[in-house]
Ligand binder design. Structure first.
Ligand code: AQP
Length: 333
């Protein structure tokens, strides 16, 4: 039987957050089972849609690869690679640009968000980001894409592009499906719980990184914005408390209902401390492993080079097929 393929990526636009971990990375790890073939990339080409310092970007790329390994991505089961090292991503992205409509791209929430945050640099890459993401996915003919809720819209456009292309040229691409966790698909900022937690947020108090020290984690949770209701409940009028409960549930394995019962009659201070403790515990190994792996350059180099080879082999086949179908290749066949 054909193995189901999984593809996902993460930008090295900062150190990965609790949001990235719960929404995506934990699932990347769980999906590494025998009947699946996983491709995971550090999406550094996506990161340059926002200005990056070159040395910092290089270093963050290795940080992110080390974080993925520390979280449990296993290079013997998955191809772990850096996006810019497989040139077919850029090539397929250009092709797919020609099968994507401006109207579709203009509707993307992330484009609107990022344009307002970076009003001095609304570049074309910010607009065509979903096309590069479609290329990332379609290049590996991925069946499933484990992502957080914020990326669902981009997955939909990837499916639309693939269907449009297939309609003209035959069954070239697999139509991918998103895998979004039921709880924790959208972890919110600790300082503004109406906004999602983001690693590039200018306020570090708004996010927990997976490598934060226990004291920093405790401090940030204690300062987390809640409300004046004073009642632990899970509803949209109390987004800060609901966010803390979601985090608690994902780290303890309890359902939201069980967590609510657990905190019945208690105050926000108790909830914050308990969430912080659960997160400190849950991330302890990641933090330790990260330091060890990040310091082992030879190992990182070997893993990423092996991953690049595995990814490039598949990517080369797809791009040859695509070029052949649309008349950009196969001239003498
Ligand atoms: N707050 C979140 N809750 C749940 N999942 C999240 N993801 C991101 N934020 C949350 C998921 O993490 C994966 C990797 O994301 P990304 O780095 O490719 O881009 P992003 O979605 O733009 O994440 P950030 O942290 O907000 O990055 P910046 O600040 O650079 O824009 C994705 O699967 C994403 O859904």
């Amino acid at each position: 039987m054909e193995k189901k393929r999984i593809l996902s990526g993460i930008q090295p636009s900062g150190i990965s957050t609790l949001g990235n971990y719960v929404g995506a990375l934990r699932n990347w790890v769980k999906l590494q089972v025998d009947d699946r073939s996983c491709f995971y990339c550090v999406a550094n080409m996506h990161a340059i849609t926002v200005r990056q310092n070159p040395d910092e970007l290089r270093s963050r790329t290795l940080d992110t690869a080390a974080i993925l390994l520390a979280c449990g991505v296993d290079p013997n089961r998955s191809a772990l690679f850096v996006q810019s090292e497989v040139h077919e991503h850029a090539e397929l992205s250009w092709v797919l640009n020609c099968y994507t409509y401006l109207g579709e791209l203009n509707r993307m929430t992330q484009f609107k968000d990022k344009s307002s945050k970076h009003s001095d640099n609304i570049n074309a890459g910010l607009l065509t980001y979903p096309v590069l993401m479609a290329a990332d996915i379609l290049l590996y003919r991925a069946h499933y894409v484990p992502v957080g809720e914020d990326q669902k819209q981009h997955l939909e456009i990837a499916r639309d592009i693939a269907e449009r292309f297939n309609k003209v040229y035959g069954d070239v691409f697999v139509i991918p499906e998103p895998l979004v966790p039921k709880v924790g698909g959208r972890i919110m900022s600790l300082q503004d719980p109406t906004k999602k937690m983001s690693k590039s947020d200018p306020n570090p108090a708004s996010y927990i990184t997976v490598t934060d020290e226990p004291s920093a984690i405790m401090k940030k949770f204690k300062r987390a914005v809640t409300d004046s209701e004073g009642r632990i409940a899970y509803n949209e009028n109390q987004p800060g408390v609901a966010n803390l409960l979601s985090i608690y549930s994902t780290f303890t394995g309890m359902t939201i209902e069980e967590s609510l019962a657990h905190f019945d009659g208690m105050g926000y201070g108790t909830l914050k401390t308990a969430v912080a403790e659960a997160v400190i515990d849950g991330l302890a190994l990641v933090r330790e492993e990260f330091r060890r792996i990040r310091d082992d350059k030879a190992y990182l180099r070997e893993v990423l080079s092996r991953g690049r080879e595995q990814a490039a082999e598949v990517a080369a086949r797809t791009i040859a097929d695509v070029y052949g179908r649309i008349g950009l290749g196969a001239f003498f066949d």
